[in-house]
Write a protein that binds this ligand. Sequence first.
Ligand SMILES: C[S@@+](CC[C@H](N)C(=O)[O-])C[C@H]1O[C@@H](n2cnc3c(N)ncnc32)[C@H](O)[C@@H]1O
Length: 224
Amino acid sequence: MKKNIAIFEGNRANNYDDFAAKWIPNYDYYIDMLPKLLNHTDEKNALIVGCSTGNEMKALAQSSEDWSLTGVDPSPEMIALAKEKLRAFSTIELFTGKLEHFKNTTFFNAATLSLVLHFIKYPKDKLALLQQVEKRLKPGSPFIIMGIFGNGEQLRTNLEVLELLLENTVAQKEIDERFTRIKKELHRTSEEELKKLLVRAGFKPPTRFFQTSIYSAWITHKID
Ligand SMILES: C[S@@+](CC[C@H](N)C(=O)[O-])C[C@H]1O[C@@H](n2cnc3c(N)ncnc32)[C@H](O)[C@@H]1O
């Protein structure tokens, strides 16, 4: 059976933090911005979709003990790593499974979807995931989305930038393999398509607040 690359298993889970530090310039800076961007919500109750090893949840939990955080990820290995990383914090819930299978009736005040959407091939499935997020949020809630966004030309030129930003210890062969994978196996969304999908799912047009080579992060709000 063909492996589902969207679900991080085995070594891909165990090595995820090193992978992010190596291949996503300023990943930590992005994670550290989340508390500032979300701290103004009245009730601190956030849904972290594709939480993986729990980096977003840890940054929020450390910023204020008022946060109640729910992380959802279909990879049991990722959830186990998140549990370990977050064991010092009490108001954490972790669910192993896809968001659509999370039978929780809470309405959240904030949500993030970081580095997940480009694993989803078809626009209709991207839309379905965004709708799953939307229906779990209170009206007006902020939603942060981060991933590979842009058209083919933007991807091409920003891969050149990414190569310049990598540590010079990364071997050329490894770079070539990773970039081929990004071009052939990951599914970037153009900026126009992202806006369209978010608006169709029930969000306001998004604002880009961060970009690091091929990766960008956007903030939007559920329609009031
Ligand atoms: C690259 S990791 C993202 C990590 C994390 N959000 C971060 O910022 O570092 C992508 C994660 O999304 C998870 N994932 C894939 N499809 C998902 C879905 N439908 N619902 C929730 N999580 C999903 C994968 O198992 C994987 O752990």
